[in-house]
Ligand binder design. Structure first.
Ligand code: M7G
Length: 346
């Protein structure tokens, strides 16, 4: 039972989403009668070793990771090239590049099986809305929702990584002792990364402490801990990747709302575009900004802050009151929601 055999048995139902910008397609289907979500993402190009990005600081950051695979790079790897048209100094055409499952795969394939309704809805195309989440909305709607989302079933993959040795061979860094559990964390490649191209480097740091469900639980007492965590991430990761990525080239952030309510930090190469927003919803909060804000948010930290972010209509919270709140907020602000209800503002 591996990915290939599952994909072979995948019975297609419909396209959930297809995004030409991110080059990701998600399909809904079933395997052995249970729902499955199959996602494919075209991998990024691999460049020749000699292609280096000029750097202002005199530092030359290679955009290239595996130096031995020149034959697969864009340019050397072109096996077919056909011009479509040209006009003046402009030429365009199509090409085929040399592919290889180890060195230059075509796509990264992800499968969720069996997929819950949460998974399916998360990948499904949906209309999005900007919402202001007040502390009251958090207490009344989000807290019960988080409780519902923290089932051991849904958190299984996290606990597998923390305690059961799952993905062990891929772990980049781990710091853990029974005595000092609250400081422990593990860094490993995120499911979103193809693991090959450093340009699209995507790691996730998962902490051992389980008292922080989300950004909302962060207060001033966590500030020093976060400063330490940030420093470690930015020291360890460039080192681990042989400085093919530098500390100031890492976007270190958390999501709100996250998909999983156990504190974790995303670590992404800044060259990776629009990352975290692929599925439209949510908010990306840089760890640096969080640390800064905790210095002045007051004793309750993020608990007392109103957070504005984007939410999709498929999100449970939309159905659990956020929809009505958005309407109320617009009315309260005197903002018309349709031309007929004009505010006389011309
Ligand atoms: P999030 O901010 O809660 O959700 O981050 P979102 O980014 O999906 O909105 C959870 C992160 O964990 C995401 O970046 C996922 O890609 C990643 N992730 C999820 N699962 C189930 C796994 C897994 O099993 N292994 C690894 N390595 N990463 C995962």
């Amino acid at each position: 039972q591996d990915l290939a055999s599952f994909v072979g048995r995948f019975k297609y139902v419909r396209v959930l989403d297809s995004n030409p910008h991110t080059k990701i397609i998600s399909l809904l289907g079933s395997i052995d009668g249970k729902d499955a979500v199959l996602t494919a993402e075209k991998t990024h190009f691999i460049f020749d070793e000699t292609v280096r990005r000029p750097s202002q600081s005199g530092r030359s950051t290679p955009v290239f990771f595996h130096r031995e695979i020149d034959e697969y790079s864009f340019l050397d790897g072109i096996t077919d090239l056909k011009e479509l048209t040209s006009n003046d100094i402009y030429y365009w055409g199509l090409s085929v590049l040399k592919q290889d499952i180890l060195h230059n795969p075509t796509a990264k394939v992800n499968l969720i099986w069996p997929a819950s309704q949460f998974h399916i809805k998360g990948y499904d195309q949906q209309d999005l809305h900007v919402v202001r989440e007040t502390p009251e909305m958090y207490a009344n709607m989000v807290v019960p929702f988080i409780q519902e989302m923290c089932t051991s079933e849904r958190m299984k993959w996290v606990n597998n990584i923390l305690y059961e040795g799952a993905e062990d061979d891929r772990v980049v860094y781990k710091e853990y002792s029974e005595r000092n559990k609250d400081d422990g964390f593990v860094i490993l490649p995120d499911m979103k990364w193809d693991g090959i191209n450093i340009d699209s480097l995507y790691l996730v740091a998962i902490v051992y402490r389980d008292d922080i469900k989300s950004l909302r639980d962060l207060g001033p007492k966590h500030r020093d801990w976060l400063i330490k965590l940030n420093k470690k991430i930015k020291t360890i990761i460039p080192q681990h990747y042989d400085y093919n990525v530098n500390p100031d080239e890492l976007r270190v952030f958390v999501h709100y709302q996250p998909s999983y309510y156990h504190f974790h930090v995303h670590i992404v190469n800044i060259r990776h575009p629009g990352v975290g927003e692929e599925r439209g919803a949510g908010k990306t909060m840089l760890l640096e900004d969080i640390i800064e804000a905790l210095g002045f948010l007051g004793p309750d930290g993020y608990m007392k802050k109103t957070l504005t972010y984007v939410i999709g209509e498929n999100h449970e919270l939309w159905k659990k009151g956020f929809k009505e709140e958005v309407q109320k907020q617009l009315e309260h602000d005197g903002i018309a929601t349709s031309p007929e209800k004009g505010s006389g503002f011309h």
